[in-house]
Each structure stands twice: as structure tokens, then as C-alpha cells.
Design a protein around this ligand. Structure first.
Ligand code: AMP
Length: 579
């Protein structure tokens, strides 16, 4: 067997290493995480720290901690650690060594070759510095590939055909957007534009500024004089930012943050997504302008794009996908972990070079959008059944998303939550999969916020909760089989159809096989009939209930003829109801 080649994303904020195992791409776990912070430091007693321990000490000991070394690659900048000075290549080599060791531990064998990714805009000198860093770490860099190319490889695989893909990459400290042209095995970055001093760290800083201003206004204290307090504020700000990607509100709590004349000062503040989005709006606008510039440089327009891919942890901020979709009219793809898809692409490339079979990365995603109906404007009129998605199609599962909705009139004490699955803007065109009432709400003016939370797990179980924000009063339901309910039935029916076609070709079917097929068909029909119950009324509903009972009895019984007849009758009824 040829020697394993590993794939490395050597990032400004975080780095990752991936490899292919039996054709599947796997991200190597380091200290329990798939990401290694690209931070190097020296501890108090002089030991070398790489990754999370170094990141943790940064706020307290910036003088012996090095971050963002990637920005210095190819320059003659020097970094001091203890009594020694190091080049950017050497600091990067320390991170690469850690990644190499983790890959070796995973494989149980030594590794000496790697594919490493770099930004499309990296100059020759920066690429050479990256190769040198690899060599210092004991890794022969068999190929350097562009990060957007790697991301495109992960999404598209090695394929036939042509495609034009926009890769929008917003990480912790850098932003770039690239137009990538794919023609069979040939993947090329045709234009790239960005700002290598823009990223999630700037988003954190906006929240930090907000918290500092709050402490000053509320308590008359200035935390910036305490490194310790600022380190805590920094961490709390990042955590709040991440929480706001999935929820409309978050509470920031830091007890005993400071003392003022002997009295402890606690930080306690709620931040909502709307205010946060206003804080980061200028950054988001800048990135959207860069998208237009990259398209222009590539000589393309929006309509030439086939796909938009999201890369980098910061693209989990929902306003980004929303605004990109608005300007590009394509729903950006984010089903692959945006932090990991560059490393995965490097590993795919590495496997190809090593002569291995490599498939893409498999993830679990939901094939449907889930949401509720809300009172909103549709075609200029107020309409109570505007579909408000919470979990969008192609989201990676498990996932939890919350949104805030408001009561429609004063003293509204009851809200009905209807849960739908589907893609139409009109909830009534989608499939209703559950509903419940939340009652006994406070007597409040209209606009009383109700937080609705959807959690979808890998087994397709959807948990829906509604909570009145001011009282905390909550009600929830669990819908099992939210994903599989129609798919399976359709799949079974398709299987049956195909089987029949083969049978008609002359294959002999045993009575037992025939019976099994009928059971499968009956179950699919039952599933379908039950799903139509909610939307049927009057006689239709009565008929459905009758037929469901008849078929259930027939299934439980032994008589083949009765079962066949029940299948026939319910098929006719469903045909009638659906046409
Ligand atoms: P990367 O360098 O691609 O790993 O991106 C790291 C950046 O992504 C950091 O600024 C993180 O705070 C940010 N990030 C990670 N998860 C989320 C999230 N769920 N929402 C918003 N930003 C996130």
C-alpha cells in the first residue's frame, strides 16, 4: 500500500488535518476537537503550548503567545518566544508538527507527506514559505492547493461536467470570495477578492465594545484596565455571537467580573439578534461588495453562477446566507461543516495523489424545510399562513434553531403553533405535521414575544417548543419520523414498482415474496392515508378513517384476498383525494 498523504488546512485562526480511511474522508480529532487553534505560546514555566492552551493564555500573556502567524507568511517578520526569535515558517511548523502527530496517532503509523491549502491570493513567496514550514515539521508538501479549490472539491468531488461556483469564505480573521470554474478534473480559481483583516474576531470586538460601554454606563467601571476582566469579556462575547446564530436572544452573565471599592460587579446583559446584526452590518456589506468585485474580475454576472458554497466558521451567522441569497438568488450551500470542508478537500486531493479512491464527505442533512405559519404580508396583504422556516432544507443534523414571533393583538393569551414541512411560502401548500396550543399567556399588549425552538435529531425526531419570553412559560411537542414519514413510503412504493417490472419480465415470485410486497405496499398506503387525515374534512375524513381501519385489520389477519381488496380500496380513495 502506498504511503498515506494527509490533507491540512493551515488557517489563520484554526487549523485542521484530514485523511482518507477506506475511501472515506475523516477529520482527525485533536485534544477532543476537530479544530486546532493556530496559536503557539510559552507557558509560565517555559513549556511550549500549541492550540487551545495557547489560545487560552493569549488574553493574559499576549507577550508570550503568537496568533495569526499566517498573515506573516512570506515576510521577514520575527516572533519572540522566551529568549529566542522565530520566523513565521518556524511558528507554522510547530502547528504543522502537532497536526502531523495527531494524524500519526490516528493511523498508528508515521506520516511524511501532506497536501496543504493556502488562500488563492497567496503569492509565490507565501506559498514557498508554507512549503518550508512543512519541511521544518518533517512533512514533504506534495502539493499546495487553493482553499476555494479544496472547498469546491469537497462539495463537488471529482466529477464530469462544468460548473461555476462562488466560494464565500469568512473565517475568524480573514475573508475572501473566489469564483471557481470546474471542468471535469480541472478546478481553477478564476478570480478572488477579499480582506485578510476581516472576520469573526471583528464581530466579537463589536460585542466587546458594547459590553464595555454597558459596564461603564451601568456601573461606572472601566474593565479595559484589567486584562483578566477583558479576557472574560472576550470569551463571553464570542460565546454570545455563536449563540445568536441559532437563537434570537442570548444572555451574557459574568459574575464577579470586577470589584469597585470592594463591591463585586456582575455583568448581566441580554443581547438580541436584531441589535447584533446592526452592529455587524458594515462588515457584511463589505463582503457583499467583494462578491460583486470578484464576479466582475471573472467577467461573469450573477446568473452565471451554478452554486454558492459557504466556508469558514463565521458563515454560520444567519444574516450572511440570507443576504447572499437575496443578491445572488441561489440558496447558498452550507451542509458541509464550513470549518472543515477545506481540510476535507485537501484530504481528497491527497488521496487522489496517493492513488486511492476518495469519495466526498458524507453528512446527515435534512431533505425538507420545517417551520410554522405566521401572520405576515404576502403579495401586499396580511395573510395568516405565511410559512416561516426555522430549519432549512439541507441543514446539517442534529440541529436546533430558535426564532421569535409576536402575539397579534392585546391580551392574547393563546397562540396556536402549527408545524409544517415543505418549501412553499404558503404554509397551506406545505404538509402539516403537528400542532399545539400554548395557553395562559400573560395579559400583555400585542407584540408579546414567543420564542419558538425546533430541534431535529439524526433519527428524524423533531422537538418543537414555544416559550413566552416574559414569563418563561413553555409548551412543546415531539414529532417522530419528521424526516422519514413520506420518504420511506415513497421509497417503498418505488421499490414495489421496480420489483413488479422485474417480475413482469418473467421472474417467478413465490407466494411468500408476493405477500411481503403486499405488506410493504399496505404500510406505505397506511402512512400516506394517515398523513392526509389532518387536511381532510367531512365525508372524506370519515372514509379515510374507515379505510385505514379496514386495512389495519386486513394486515393483522391472515386472508390474502381481504388484504388485496383493502389495498385496492384505499389506493382508489387516495387517488381520488389527491386528484
Ligand atoms: P474558522 O477560522 O473558519 O474556523 O472560523 C472561526 C470563526 O468562526 C471564529 O471567529 C468563530 O467565533 C466563528 N464561529 C464559529 N462558530 C460560529 C457560529 N455558530 N456562529 C458564528 N460564528 C461562529
Amino acid at each position: 500500500m502506498s504511503e498515506k498523504i494527509i490533507g491540512i488546512d493551515l488557517g489563520t485562526t484554526n487549523s485542521e488535518v484530514a485523511l482518507s480511511i477506506e475511501g472515506k474522508i475523516e477529520i482527525v480529532v485533536i485534544d477532543g476537537h476537530e479544530q486546532l487553534p493556530s496559536v503557539v505560546g510559552l507557558s509560565e514555566n517555559g513549556t511550549l503550548l500549541i492550540g487551545t492552551p495557547a489560545k487560552n493564555q493569549y488574553a493574559l500573556y499576549p507577550e508570550r503567545t503568537i496568533r495569526s502567524v499566517k498573515r506573516a507568511m512570506g515576510s521577514d517578520q520575527r516572533f519572540t518566544l522566551g529568549d529566542n526569535e522565530y520566523s513565521p515558517q518556524e511558528i507554522s511548523a510547530m502547528i504543522l508538527r502537532r497536526l502531523k502527530e495527531a494524524a500519526e496517532a490516528r493511523l498508528g503509523e508515521p506520516v511524511s507527506k501532506a497536501v496543504i491549502t493556502v488562500p488563492a491570493f497567496f503569492s509565490d513567496a507565501q506559498r514557498q514559505a508554507t512549503r518550508d514550514a512543512g519541511a521544518i515539521a518533517g512533512l514533504e508538501v506534495v502539493r499546495i492547493i487553493n482553499e476555494p479549490t479544496a472547498a469546491a472539491l469537497t462539495y463537488e468531488g471529482i466529477q464530469q461536467g462544468e460548473k461555476t461556483v462562488l466560494v464565500y469564505d469568512l473565517g475568524g480573521g480573514t475573508f475572501d470570495v473566489s469564483v471557481v470554474q470546474i471542468e471535469g478534473e480541472h478546478v481553477e480559481v478564476v478570480a478572488s477578492h477579499g480582506n485578510n483583516h476581516l472576520g469573526g474576531d471583528d464581530f466579537d470586538q463589536k460585542i466587546v465594545d458594547h459590553l464595555v460601554a454597558h459596564l461603564s454606563a451601568q456601573h461606572g467601571v472601566d474593565p479595559t484596565t484589567s486584562l483578566q476582566a477583558m479576557a472574560r469579556i472576550q470569551r463571553a462575547a464570542e460565546a454570545a455571537k455563536i449563540a445568536l446564530s441559532d437563537a434570537p436572544y442570548t444572555r451574557i452573565e459574568e459574575e464577579h467580573l470586577l470589584t469597585q471599592e470592594g463591591t463585586p460587579i456582575h455583568l448581566s446583559l441580554e443581547l438580541n439578534r436584531h441589535d447584533y446584526e446592526e452592529m455587524i452590518e458594515p462588515f457584511v456589506t463589505e463582503t457583499l461588495e467583494a462578491v460583486h468585485i470578484a464576479l466582475k474580475e471573472a467577467g461573469l454576472t450573477v446568473s452565471d453562477l451554478d452554486e454558492v458554497l459557504l466556508v469558514g466558521g463565521t458563515t454560520r451567522t444567519p444574516i450572511i446566507a440570507r443576504q447572499l441569497e437575496e443578491i445572488l438568488r441561489i440558496q447558498p450551500r452550507s451542509e458541509l461543516n464550513p470549518d472543515l470542508c477545506v481540510a476535507a478537500g485537501a484530504a481528497i486531493q491527497a488521496a487522489v495523489i496517493a492513488g486511492e479512491q476518495a469519495t466526498g464527505v458524507l453528512v446527515d442533512i435534512t431533505p425538507y424545510t420545517f417551520g410554522i405559519n405566521a401572520l405576515d404580508y404576502a403579495e401586499g396583504m396580511i395573510y395568516p399562513y405565511v410559512f416561516s422556516p426555522l430549519i432549512r432544507k439541507n441543514s446539517v443534523i442534529p440541529t436546533t434553531k430558535s426564532e421569535v414571533f409576536y402575539t397579534a393583538y392585546d391580551n392574547q393569551t393563546t397562540v396556536e403553533i402549527n408545524v409544517y414541512q415543505g418549501e412553499s411560502r404558503d404554509a397551506l401548500q406545505n404538509t402539516k405535521i403537528g400542532s399545539f396550543l400554548i395557553e395562559g399567556l400573560s395579559k400583555a399588549p400585542e407584540g408579546n414575544p414567543i420564542i419558538c425552538t425546533f430541534s431535529l435529531d439524526l433519527d428524524g425526531i423533531l422537538h418543537v417548543a414555544a416559550q413566552e419570553k416574559i414569563s418563561g412559560k413553555e409548551k412543546s411537542i415531539t414529532i417522530s419520523n419528521a424526516i422519514a414519514r413520506f420518504d420511506e413510503a415513497q421509497m417503498d412504493a418505488a421499490k414495489l414498482r421496480i420489483d413488479r417490472m422485474f417480475a413482469e419480465e418473467g421472474e417467478i415470485i413465490s407466494p411468500e415474496q408476493e405477500h411481503n410486497r403486499e405488506v410493504v405496499q399496505a404500510k406505505a398506503l397506511l402512512e400516506k392515508a394517515r398523513s392526509l387525515l389532518d387536511s381532510s374534512e367531512g365525508d372524506n375524513r370519515e372514509d379515510l378513517i374507515d379505510q385505514i381501519e379496514t386495512l389495519e385489520d386486513a394486515l393483522a389477519g391472515e386472508d390474502e384476498q381481504v388484504l388485496l381488496e383493502a389495498i385496492g380500496e384505499i389506493s382508489d380513495l387516495l387517488y381520488y383525494l389527491e386528484s
